[in-house]
Ligand binder design. Structure first.
Ligand code: THU
Length: 133
């Protein structure tokens, strides 16, 4: 892991807090994400569902789009946490992986999938999206 244990815990904590704002009346699957930028700033996001389903935005993309729209272009890591009542292992969907690929270095960007501050798995973008477009 390239980021410190402390940074990792902070990201997970912020992802858990962002999950509280999830708008998910259809799936009841609440997701939160916290994205660490190259300048040290952190942008959070939650999933935002829609009655037409298609316009639903994942927590990861919410965080990325918030950060990019505020001028950030360099990213270090993202923590993701999701589940209904209890948190489960939640991995980014294919669309979110592709969005990460647009902005992040495949071997350096770290994706932290967390069930709690203590229980998490870390992947590089390359591990989750090999042979990317
Ligand atoms: N979802 C995310 O926000 N991120 C993921 O990594 C997986 C899925 C959301 C989309 C939808 O609102 C709900 O979880 C169920 O698929």
């Amino acid at each position: 892991m390239r980021i410190s244990e402390g940074q990792c815990r902070e990201l997970i904590k912020k992802a858990m807090a962002a999950r509280e704002n999830s708008y998910s009346p259809y799936s009841h699957f609440r997701v939160g994400a916290a994205l660490l930028c190259g300048d040290g700033s952190i942008f959070t996001g939650c999933n935002i569902e829609n009655r037409a389903y298609g316009p639903t935005n994942c927590a990861e993309r919410t965080a990325f789009f918030k950060a990019v729209s505020e001028g950030r272009r360099e990213f270090t890591a993202i923590a993701i946490t999701g589940g209904e009542e209890e948190t489960v292992w939640c991995y980014p969907c294919g669309v979110c992986r592709q969005v990460m690929a647009e902005f992040c270095a495949p071997d350096a960007f770290e994706i932290i999938c967390a069930r709690s501050e203590e229980e998490y798995k870390v992947y590089t973008l390359h591990e989750l999206l090999p042979e990317m477009f």
